[in-house]
Design a protein around this ligand. Sequence first.
Ligand SMILES: Cc1cc2nc3c(=O)[nH]c(=O)nc-3n(C[C@H](O)[C@H](O)[C@H](O)COP(=O)(O)O)c2cc1C
Length: 406
Amino acid sequence: MPLSQFKGFGGVVIRGDMRGDPDDPLVLLVHGGGQTRDIWNDAAAALVRAGRQVIALDLRGHGESEWPADGRYEFGAYVEDLRAILAQLPSRPVIVGASLGGWVAAVALGEDGGHLASGLILADAPPDLDLSNIREAAGTLRAASETAKGAWDPRILERFDLEDALRRFKAAAPRIRVPALFVRGALSDITDAASASRIVEQIPAAEYAEIGEAGHLVASDRGDLFSATLLDFLERRIPRFVPEYRSGSDARTLRDALGCFATGVTVVTAFDTGGEPVGLTANSFTSVSLDPPLLLVCIAKTSSSLKALALAEHFAVNVLHIGQQPASSLFAVPGEDRFRQTPWKRGRHDAPVLSNALANFECRRHQMHDGGDHIILVGEVLRATFDPRRDPLLYFRGKYRRLHFS
Ligand SMILES: Cc1cc2nc3c(=O)[nH]c(=O)nc-3n(C[C@H](O)[C@H](O)[C@H](O)COP(=O)(O)O)c2cc1C
């Protein structure tokens, strides 16, 4: 099995084995404390058979991952490891985390990382822990570590901060935005059914399942039942098929496909024949030509600004910066007094320009073309100004975004 290698928090080397076709959607498997990636053998085989690619990790201080010399085994280090690994993956995986692995995944996704994965499965990750249970578990784990000849670093028991893990797990739960499944072992002595149901209620899109004849180590106790439950959830909630639009089928899918093209956001402005400013939010902006200097925007035929834009000899395209999301929203809903709430001035070429935008293009109307339910408005750029110090407001898959520098 080829071992892949990732750089974790503080440069610690995290290893995992990769199975399946790299073109298939990815599932990342994260074991619990005192375990190794071997607990996923059944689940990994079932996932690959069902057309998913799998990476099973060894956590820091476990199995073949690095056992850091500085003994950094606090909960936050595991969370940062996972975040770093997710940033190194080419696509957003579904994460399956057992026990500690579940806490780590939930916190990485809930604390500001919703975009990092496409789904989350928590395998018997207890939201509450009775300390006597833990002492007992720690005793068992210590004994296991000795018999397993160093499958994990016993220093973990000294450095791990359980209270921080539980507190952050519970705080993160309501902020998990991806489809989620909690799988409890019906015989689990670590996770009680009532606290598991409580955490499931906290996670907005979560389901709950219980595996009979399995304890806390639900994925390996009944690998067959665990895999079946996992696959059923994935097929229903995070299917592997790629959505397809065909000419004549629903416009929603086409819109979603087009939404894969990330854009900036502009507000297109002009004066109407009465000298009043008009404008609307548009992301259909495209540069067209340098010589002559041309650009275009597509304006819906239903837009109430179209008439003014079509009649005005000049118009402006104002590219918004990251702080101008309120302006974007304002210019995209009808019935608001858009210009009273937004600083603007008359440009040099008889079009209103928004103040402090990332860039302003003042244009003379060059040509108009029919474009189905839109009009393609081509402008000749007479003047362009821009602010090199600001970041753009972005739009992708129907949501505003910001640049992310990795
Ligand atoms: C991010 C974003 C991009 C948009 N892009 C366009 C566009 O390119 N062309 C368009 O006609 N409408 C676009 N719209 C929709 C218009 O802004 C919206 O329908 C607006 O209310 C039209 O105003 P009006 O009818 O006063 O002209 C966009 C909306 C948003 C939020």
